[in-house]
Ligand binder design. Structure first.
Ligand code: IPE
Ligand code: IPE
Ligand code: MG
Length: 242
């Protein structure tokens, strides 16, 4: 059985903004600005193709280690993008969710997040999860802490329900742009059975053709979830309509 043709949930490590800017002798922040446009384009394209959940990595727990100027530039850009883009996203039926540790973010950013979530909560066309001040290890630890607070045993089911992305099914396809072949602390728990697509395309250059190439690669794969190929093919014969 090949994977269903369109992934329900796509997750993306949006990497390569800095190199995109460097190549043009621009400051790194110019690459991040271009990255916001790439995200808007990508969300539209995902919606048009029938993808229902898009999860993007925008700022990692480790990104605080970057030069102060870049970190504050990213925080300003994030707050600005929220103020500017939410009305259109709302009109487009996008439900915005922010995933990550909120403590440590400025009041301005936290308020922007709260407002954006409240403004788009009733939408259901496309869920856009923005991972900001997020790390996969942070998520597992906060979920474990919730279980211990509630006195629940650490089962897979309880942990899954306590994770920050419990409102959506696990990602089917994880894309990383920018050429690095690593996961960098993204969706450690949820990507257990995701299909991966690594591309050298830098995030600001990621366009509809690049998205279609990733989806085409995904659609050609056999997702076995631990079973044999024969088992999976028999199952697909059994469930496919005549
Ligand atoms: C990804 O692009 C965006 C963030 C991590 C905030 P980078 O800024 O990591 O770009 P490169 O990897 O330096 O090109
Ligand atoms: C991962 O990119 C985080 C985001 C895209 C937000 P990084 O550029 O921070 O990853 P590393 O440091 O190269 O692993
Ligand atoms: Mg990078």
């Amino acid at each position: 059985m090949t994977a269903s043709l369109i992934p329900h949930h796509i997750a993306i490590v949006m990497d390569g903004n800095g190199r995109w800017a460097n190549k043009r002798f621009l400051p790194r922040i110019a690459g991040h600005k271009q990255g916001v446009d790439a995200l808007k384009r990508c969300a539209k394209a995902c919606d048009a193709r029938g993808v229902r959940v898009l999860t993007v990595f925008a700022f990692s727990s480790e990104n605080w280690q970057r030069p102060t100027e870049e970190v504050s530039g990213l925080m300003d850009l994030f707050a600005l993008a929220l103020a500017r883009e939410v009305p259109q996203l709302k009109a487009d039926g996008v439900q915005l969710r922010f995933i990550g540790e909120r403590q440590g973010l400025s009041v301005r950013v936290r308020n922007g997040i709260k407002q954006a979530e409240a403004d788009t909560a009733a939408n259901s066309r496309l869920v856009l999860n923005v991972c900001f001040n997020y790390g996969g290890r942070w998520d597992i630890v906060q979920a474990a802490a919730k279980l211990s607070e509630q006195g629940l045993p650490a089962t897979e089911q309880h942990l899954s329900r306590a994770m920050a992305l419990a409102h959506v099914p696990d990602p089917d396809l994880v894309i990383r742009t920018g050429g690095e072949l690593r996961i960098s602390n993204f969706l450690l728990w949820q990507s257990a059975y995701a299909e991966f697509q690594f591309t050298n395309t830098l995030w600001p250059d990621f366009d509809e053709a690049a998205l279609d190439a990733a989806i085409a690669s995904y659609a050609a794969r056999e997702r076995r979830f631990g079973k044999t190929s024969d088992q999976v093919q028999q199952l697909s014969v059994a469930v496919s309509p005549v």
